[in-house]
Design a binder for this molecule. Sequence first.
Ligand SMILES: Nc1ncnc2c1ncn2[C@@H]1O[C@H](COP(=O)(O)OP(=O)(O)OP(=O)(O)O)[C@@H](O)[C@H]1O
Ligand SMILES: [Mg+2]
Length: 274
Amino acid sequence: MTDPYSDRGNKDRSITREAPAHLGDPVPPGGTASPVEGTTPFLIGRAMTGGYGSGADILHDCTIAVEPGEIAVIVGPNGAGKSTAMKAVFGMLNLRQGEVLLDGEDITGLSPQARVLKGMGFVPQTANIFTSLTVEENLEMGAFVRRDDFSGTMEQVYSLFPILREKRLQPAGELSGGQRQQVAVGRALMTEPKVLMLDEPTAGVSPIVMDELFDRIIEVSRTGIPILMVEQNARQALEIADKGYVLVQGSNAYTGTGRELLADPEVRKSFLGG
Ligand SMILES: Nc1ncnc2c1ncn2[C@@H]1O[C@H](COP(=O)(O)OP(=O)(O)OP(=O)(O)O)[C@@H](O)[C@H]1O
Ligand SMILES: [Mg+2]
């Protein structure tokens, strides 16, 4: 059987950023280097434990990460804590334990706004566009942190999503679900992020529109922006994923390459409908 997805996924290693400097233990004076345990991922929420306000913990020792050049996908049942994990990485949760590192820097204590300035783009699951503003105004809002001329970036967003150029003067609330998601992703791209986090970018769209959105997301990743995304279309998302995380009750249940998770009988049975 041929693999219909053999051309999918993000396998273009030429776009991969330079690997970050190894952040392992320093070499002791006069000693030999300790064994290399691998490099720190470009973005990682590591061993995160915490919940909302003073409420019970939702995340329990939960780790999600994305490497340069990768698409990492988080799947799991409703209420598993996928959005909570994304919000924690974006700084919307007070973690009781764990840390968030971006490009080797500990950003655990930073506000979401400060993280945007550091290069994080986040598209939340809900309320991710301004419905009463036009498409173009939404994109301009996305560029709010920029002091420079962002017209070139807007041009790039319109090239990626041509329908948005056509509809640029329409209120975003008048657009279809798939087009609204394009606005949301485009808005996040306006800050020229170093990493893009998407929470259910294909929610509520038809299979054809979902496929188109995935293609655009692959295209974004090929421009050198690593992507960490939550998806309820687990099977399709894992097909384009370099790395996958299955979260259950706020914990990591399974982690592997997209291919490994798709082939795992337990994952298939419990999370992919057999
Ligand atoms: N703002 C909030 N305040 C308090 N509890 C919350 C809040 N948001 C979510 N929760 C709780 O956290 C848990 C995990 O929810 P979360 O939204 O992270 O799950 P999810 O995996 O994203 O689910 P879905 O697939 O439905 O999007 C749930 O028990 C939910 O009720
Ligand atoms: Mg969610």
